[in-house]
Ligand binder design. Structure first.
Ligand code: FMN
Length: 293
């Protein structure tokens, strides 16, 4: 999806992360491989894993991510099955995209996107494609579904913990009881997330789930899903997040301004944080209290 939203998004976001000193997480189903993103990574490159069912593919992905310079492994656990994205289906969005007359007309109105996409090639799940081998004939969504065992259990988690010697983060945590078990299992940090609300309509907002998770664990907590402003970041900090991540914000920034977008977004967020901290007289982030509105 990153590559579809803006051509070369993964490399541009990795480079922005390096420039700005913030983490960048590459997805298993990205349109770029760990190796092509590697030269653009700073010290905070993270690799996000959707769990392959085949242990050989799993081990190979881990060693490739490690060799490419990704420091932390993120296991996403909130996609046990594919979600029904009805607006996506209705709009005719497929992976890879189907060139319909309607799409062609839209592309014609976006020359920068069109030229970039012509240069990069149609976005595909390039890492998954490499493992698809004799699964030809399947759409890339189907082969991703086939290769990725999407419902990791505790054995799977222990296997990953034992086979990754860097920081190990579990993404998609919304329950305090899970946080306790994950801490016991040797996970290094928890990522409180509802996947931007695109998996399960009944999931709680991550910001609402955060305080109970904070109370249940001493692990570092990352929060995402719905962060749009500097004020949102302060609110997340006040409720117990050590820091936040953003998905849609950085992609919208790329789509609006190309390579300049991420820096512009961070500038807006930083100024908004500073202005709101000024309102409450907080000189640094430690002074954001639990009573912050
Ligand atoms: C288009 C799109 C694609 C996503 N792909 C992945 C993915 O491949 N792996 C993953 O762990 N999360 C994925 N997510 C979820 C994001 O990692 C993140 O949790 C979410 O976007 C954060 O919420 P925000 O967009 O409100 O900042 C995706 C989200 C969007 C919007």
């Amino acid at each position: 999806m990153s590559g579809l939203i803006w051509p070369d998004a993964e490399r541009l976001l990795a480079a922005a992360g390096k420039r700005l000193g913030i983490p960048y997480t590459l997805s298993t189903v990205a349109s770029q491989t760990p190796e092509t993103v590697a030269p653009h990574l700073g010290t905070h490159g993270w690799f996000q894993m959707y769990p392959p069912r085949d242990p050989e593919i799993r081990a190979d992905m881990l060693s490739r991510a490690k060799a490419a310079g990704f420091k932390a492994l993120v296991l996403t656990v909130d996609v046990p099955v594919a979600s029904r994205r009805e607006r996506q289906v209705r709009s005719g969005l497929t992976t890879p995209p189907r060139l319909t007359p309607r799409l062609m007309a839209q592309v014609a109105l976006r020359p920068a996107w069109a030229l970039g996409t012509a240069r990069m090639g149609m976005p595909r799940m390039r890492l998954i494609d490499e493992y698809a081998g004799n699964l030809t004939g399947m759409s890339s969504t189907a082969h991703a579904g086939y290769l990725l065992r999407t419902s990791p259990d505790w054995d799977y988690l222990h296997w990953l913990r034992d086979n990754w010697d860097g920081p190990f983060i579990v993404k998609g945590v919304l329950r305090a009881s899970d946080a306790v078990k994950l801490e016991e299992a040797g996970v290094d940090a928890l990522w409180v997330s509802n996947h931007a609300g695109r998996q399960f309509d009944a999931a709680p907002a991550s910001i609402e789930a955060l305080p109970a998770i904070r109370a249940a664990t001493s692990l570092p907590l990352i929060l995402d899903s719905g962060i749009e402003t500097g004020l949102d970041i302060l609110r997340a900090r006040a409720r117990g997040a050590d820091f936040v991540m953003m998905g849609r914000g950085f992609h919208i920034a790329l789509a609006a301004l190309g390579a300049r977008g991420p820096d512009h977004l961070v500038d807006i967020l930083a100024k908004d944080m500073a202005a709101n901290m000024g309102q409450i007289g907080a000189r640094d982030l430690r002074e954001i209290s639990k009573t912050f509105p």
